[in-house]
Design a protein around this ligand. Structure first.
Ligand code: GLC
Length: 717
């Protein structure tokens, strides 16, 4: 009886809260209409464009505040004055979370929620209404300078990770801003390239992450991309904004421009731009009334060329988000900034996101009894938080790999540091530095080379951006600063060498990958990245990260470069690889990457058994057992790929359609259940212009990576 009563009450609460939400929303709509009626045209227009570096206009007379936005996707950016001059003597050092790649590499949606919640709380503390993240553009080329901010090459993984992140941010009562909508997959000529792709590539690869953020994540705002799509700028693109975003997906929030992405007043009015931010007219302080959606709009409406209802819809959307986030009425709960709890989330994401790529002869985990370690490479001591461009964060602190190791074992282990290479423009291999590093390695029990990419040279100005940074793409996949020579020399001097790669992946390893026992992909792991890395290397934490993108052997293997276009131009940047992005290409065309999508080792081993697949209506339920066959607790990401046996159109060798991360004690077994909805088997039929199921046999492949398939079965649909 008790249980029934409890469930009944739960049901009542559920119905009540749903009713409350509906009435709350209806109530808001009535208030919005009432406000609109009071507003003059000039007051409405003042709300749909920027009035400072990061704010859009309010209406003080009516108690409507300015909408305050701030970068970025992995931490609240430094405080900019109203005219882009960074404020001095303000308290703007907070939590520097690991970047998007690292979060995606955790394959842990719950962690995505925690990550978003930290970001939302810190933004709220800093007085922001909108945090300008997450960035989720598909990783189409390893050269893209902003890959580090983004998540993956796979739309399903992005969709699963972005929802938690957005809901985490918005659970703090402020707004997330999913970006950049869409196909901003490179920095080269980002404000002018005209992206062309098939409808199928659009629907199967490039839209699903945004659709999940809007439809499942209920994201409050979205940012248009700089580039064009099929001839029209994304920010005022009738097809992308009116037809898909606001039409098909029913988006009721704010579609804002990227900073300087609006180029045409009438297009912006008619094609769904709700808010114009950052248009560059002259130098700060900008004449904001000269923006495209400013005085010109007042004139157009007054002369009858533009219907005021079009402006009302934009203002309605902004007011809707203002009401929803207690900007006009109600109160926000307090935000927290730079707290220990937030730092613990940052560290947890790094510990679950750093990927163990290779580990031979059990070199890792290192024993606490190790007597001496030669730490080599300027990246071991490099701080990254303020780099990368608009996603920069001023961290409360940043623990580098060297400091992380010193703090963990420095009291017992002799740790030496050699620079190994110089992070300087055009720096080549420095024989003296290499010789010193090799000598240090030869004298130590273990050598750890920390190399990879950097955000550029010095972070004070954008002209110094390089490699992993906004506004620039990498020139190629070759390691800069003579790191290849360094690694070869160190591995030769000491076979017990571990190579740790910082940065967004996409680096050639061919000259040393087969000679190196252990390799770790560490991304930009946030303020406690060094702590997390040290704990992983010494086995305090068992690695569980999995690659969210393939790591190709060389650029020529990469479909965007092999098939083109890259970098394209303002006439056409044609995505000729179509849907065959990342592992969809490598597996279908049998080109082995260096390390595969979904790959990541553990210090223990997992056994897969008892795979079953049963149809339930149009869905398919897959079950299997996973056992931790080793001596160390660990987490496995069980991945489920689908492959159509005899497709009617070319389809990828496999497509990720399910995954689950599970923690297992040594010897422990767990049953995993994954449900595939009908759309997991569909493809986008361009003739029918919709997703369809081609009846027939489908293989279900379950494994520890896209390459390491452990079990398979098939089902007929
Ligand atoms: C930048 C970026 C965008 C950022 C905005 C504000 O150009 O493309 O991600 O949020 O401008 O800094």
């Amino acid at each position: 009886m008790k249980r029934k009563c409890f469930l009944y009450n739960l049901l009542l609460v559920g119905v009540a809260s749903c009713a409350f939400t509906t009435s709350f929303a209806q109530n808001n709509e009535a208030k919005i209409e009432a406000l609109l009626k009071k507003m003059t045209l000039e007051e409405k227009v003042n709300m749909i464009h920027g009035v400072s570096s990061f704010n859009s206009g309010g209406v003080a007379r009516l108690g409507i505040p300015e909408l305050v936005t701030s970068d970025g996707p992995h931490g609240v950016r430094i405080e900019h004055g109203r005219d882009w001059t960074p404020d001095k003597n303000v308290f703007d050092s907070g939590t520097y979370l690991p970047t998007g790649n690292t979060l995606a590499a955790t394959w842990n949606p719950q962690l995505g929620f925690a990550y978003g919640k930290v970001l939302g709380s810190e933004a709220k503390y800093r007085g922001k209404d909108v945090i300008l993240g997450p960035g989720i553009n598909i990783i189409r080329t390893p050269l893209n300078g902003r890959n580090f901010e983004y998540m993956s090459e796979d739309p399903y993984l992005i969709a699963k990770m972005v929802v938690g992140y957005v809901q985490g941010v918005q659970s703090e009562g402020i707004s997330a801003c999913v970006k950049h909508y869409m196909a901003n997959n490179q920095e080269t000529k980002r404000t002018t390239v005209n992206v062309l792709m098939s409808e199928r590539a659009l629907r199967e690869i490039y839209l699903p992450g945004f659709k999940a953020a809007v439809v499942e994540g209920k994201v409050n705002t979205i940012m248009g991309a700089y580039n064009k799509f099929r001839g029209q700028y994304c920010t005022h693109n009738d097809y992308l904004v009116n037809k898909i975003l606001k039409g098909e997906w029913g988006f009721k929030g704010i579609m804002m421009s990227d900073w300087g992405a609006v180029h045409n007043t009438l297009e912006a009015i008619n094609n769904g731009t709700d808010l114009e931010m950052g248009t560059d007219i002259g130098t700060p302080p900008f004449p904001y009334n000269k923006f495209y959606l400013a005085d010109t709009v007042v004139r157009l409406v007054k002369s009858g060329k533009v219907a005021e209802t079009l402006i009302n819809d934009k203002v309605r959307r902004i007011l809707r988000i203002m009401y929803q986030t207690n900007m006009i009425e109600g109160k926000r709960t307090p935000g927290y900034y730079g707290t220990k709890n937030h730092q613990m989330v940052a560290q947890a994401v790094a510990e679950e996101g750093i990927v163990l790529l290779k580990n031979e002869q059990r070199l890792l985990p290192l024993s606490r009894d190790v007597q001496s370690i030669a730490v080599i490479g300027e990246n071991a001591f490099r701080k990254n938080a303020l780099g990368g461009g608009s996603s920069q964060v001023k961290p409360t602190y940043e623990i580098t790999p060297l400091v992380g190791l010193q703090q963990l074992v420095g009291n017992k282990t002799n740790i030496t540091y050699s620079r190994g290479f110089k992070i300087e423009r055009n720096a080549k291999a420095d024989p003296k530095l290499i010789q010193e590093a090799a000598a240090a390695a030869a004298k130590a029990e273990v050598a750890i080379v920390v190399g990879g990419w950097v955000h550029g040279y010095n972070y004070s100005n954008w002209d110094d951006n390089a490699y992993d940074a906004e506004g620039i793409d990498k020139p190629d996949m070759k390691m800069p600063f003579g790191q290849d020579e360094l690694i070869e020399a160190v591995v030769k001097a000491n076979p017990n060498t571990i190579v740790v790669l910082m940065g967004a992946g996409g680096i050639e390893m061919g000259r040393w990958v087969n000679k190196t026992k252990s390799i770790v992909q560490a991304w930009y792991p946030g303020m406690d990245g060094g702590t997390a890395l040290a704990r992983l290397l010494f086995g305090e934490v068992n690695p569980s990260g999995k690659l969210p993108m393939s790591l190709p052997k060389k650029l020529e293997d990469c479909p965007a470069h092999k098939l083109g276009d890259f970098p394209g131009d303002s006439i056409a940047l044609n995505y000729k690889e179509d849907i065959f992005v990342g592992y969809r290409y490598y597996d279908t065309y049998k080109i082995a990457p260096e390390f595969a999508f979904g790959h990541g080792l553990s210090y223990t081993t997992f056994e897969y058994s008892a795979l079953t697949a049963t149809k339930k209506g149009t869905a398919v339920t897959v079950t299997l057992n996973i056992r931790n066959a080793g001596k160390m607790a660990g987490a496995e990401v069980v991945q489920l790929y689908v492959k159509e046996q005899a497709p009617s159109v070319p389809r990828p060798e496999k497509e990720l359609k399910g995954f689950q991360k599970i923690q297992l004690q040594p010897g422990e077994s767990k049953k995993v259940t994954l449900t595939l909805p009908a759309d997991a088997f569909q493809y986008f039929d361009e003739k029918a212009n919709k997703f369809v199921l081609h009846p027939g046999k489908f293989q279900l492949l379950v494994g520890s990576s896209s390459k390491d398939i452990r079990l398979s079965t098939s089902i007929v649909l």
